[in-house]
Design a protein around this ligand. Sequence first.
Ligand code: PMP
Length: 288
Amino acid sequence: MSESKIIYLNGEFLPEEGARVSVLDRGFLFGDGVYEVIPVFGGRPLRLAEHLDRLAHSLAETRIPDPLSRQGWTALFDELLSHNPGGDRSIYVQVTRGVAPREHAFPEAITPTVMAMVNPIRPLGDQVLAQGVAAVVIPDHRWARCDIKAITLLANVLARQEAVDSGATEAILVRNGLATEGAASNLFLVADGVIVTPPKDHSLLGGITRDLVVELAEANGLPVMETRIPEDSLQGAEEIWLTSSTREILPVTRLDGRRVGHGQPGPVWQRVHALYQDYKAHLRQEAP
Ligand code: PMP
């Protein structure tokens, strides 16, 4: 990646230092905005249509007018990628309601603020692949619309920090006795040889990686069940994984200081991880 990042901001491509937003932006004042993160492998965005669908969902549910057509978004991302060449990258795109004097209710005439940037994706290290990561279970203090990818992430930030403070990589969140997802990832476990993940509802973000993992597993004859995960079934799980666009499928081998299964990334993870790597390799080979 080139030294100076080029950022898209409200119709312009600018050096990072020159990309500035007003302190009256409602994203800054209220966290009144939504975002997306789209991984790009070999120059090809992974599941772009699904990411654009989720962005459209987040915008519609927060009543922020969609500032661009689907072709407009695609053209913007293409141009942004050409300004920020590199290996595996992710596009971060954020839309806030816009700039207006501070007042909770929506201002009448307001133009959304659109910002997009590119960040490198660091591959999972060999140690993570060989040994997995640690996670902790903590209460889910987030709001009731976790299906919206809102920039309002205070509860997620606090949860992730609690995990880091206790030497873990991720927090698994529990609400009403059910494990919902990670602070920034979806939750899978393997129980009696079956891959289990909670169904998509308002209590979690419908992850694009989650959906791809379900699809790849089913297409390859692995049993998958979308069903709720009671907190107390975490400790007995044979395997636990956390999925996200930038960290793919993370095997959790220690939960609250105790071993998960045999304390190593399990055989079902090995299989699904390999399927995911094959999927990415095919994406890289597709003609641009
Ligand atoms: N849940 C939450 C709360 C997230 O923030 C994320 C992504 N950062 C995910 C799940 C995973 O979603 P995706 O696979 O689309 O990256």
